[in-house]
Design a protein around this ligand. Sequence first.
Ligand code: DGY
Length: 348
Amino acid sequence: MKQTKKKRIKKVDQRFYTTLTKMANKPKVLITRPDIPAVGLNLLNARCDVVLWEKPSPIPRSELLSRVPGVSGIFCTLTDKIDEEILIAAGKDLKVVATMSVGTDHLDLKALKNRNIKVGYTPNVLTNATAELIVGILLATSRRLLEANRAIYRNEWKAWAPTWMCGTGLSKSTVGIVGLGRIGCKVAECLKPFDVSRILYTSRTVKQEASKFNGEKVELDKLLEESDFVIVTIALTPDTRELFNAQAFEKMKRSAIFINASRGEVVDQQSLIGALKNGTIKAAGLDVMTPEPIPLDSELLKLENCVVLPHIGSATIETREEMARITAENILAVLEGASEKMPASLNL
Ligand code: DGY
C-alpha cells in the first residue's frame, strides 16, 4: 500500500518536473497586448513562455519596461516605441522584435541593428486592404459623403437640388501618388478604371510596376502643382517628417484633394488645418494624424472639408489575422534557430 502511494507521488513529481523543464526551455516572449487575433496568440502560446500585457490598450511605457527584462522576443504593434532604453532593459537574450505592422517608424532600427536583433514586420498582406481604404476615403472626401450624410440628420435635405453637395469627380483627373511602394501601386491600379487621365508618382527610381497604369515619375513639386488628388503613401523617415508643410500646400491647386494614409507626422498638421480653412486646398481625407487618437477638441474635427478616420487602413478581419500570424511566425523562426525562414524580415 505504502509502496503504491510512494510510486504515485514519484509519478506526480516527475510530471511536475517535466512541465517545469519544458517551461524553462521555452523562450520567453512578450506580447504587448492581449487583443491580437487568436491565430498569433495561439502560435506563440503553444511554443513560448508568453508574458502578456493584460489590457486591450497600448501598454504603458513603465509596464513595458518592467515586463521586458529577460525576454527573447517581443511581439509589438505600432503604438509601442521600441528604442535603446527598451533594448537595454530587455537584456542580452533579446533576439527578435516583430511588429504587427508594415510601418517600422516606432522601432529604433539602428539600435536593433547594432545589437544584431532581427526585425520582423508585415508587408504585402495589408496592401489590398489599405489600398481599398484609401480609395474609400478618397471618394468619401471628393464626393463629400460624410458631410452629405450629416446633412440628413441635421434636417438640411429639403429636396433634390442642382448644386447641393456637389463634389469632385475622378474622371479626366490627374492623380499624384507620393511614394510609389506596394500600397501606392495598388491604389493607382484601383483608380485607373475611374477614367483617370494621368497618374504621377514620386520615387527614387522608375518603377516597372508603374507601366500597368502609365504612371509618370516626376519631381515632388511638379506632382503637387499638377495633381487634382495628392495621395500620400510614403513611409515616415527623418526625410519625410512634415514633408507636407505650408509651402507644399501652397504649391497644390486650390481644387486639390489631399489624402494621407501613411503616418500623421509626414504632415505639418497646423499648416494643413490652415490650408483647409483658407481655401489653399479644397479638402483632405486622413486615416492618420497627430496625435492618435485625435483630441475631440481638435480643429481638424470641426472642418466640413476634412474626412477623418481612426487609422483603419489595414482593418479587415482577414488582414489583421494574417498580420498576427506573420508576426508570430517571424518570432518563432528566429527563436527556433531558422531566421532565414522568417516570413518577412526587415533588411537592416
Ligand atoms: C501599418 O501596418 O503600419 C499600418 O499603419 C497599420 O496597419
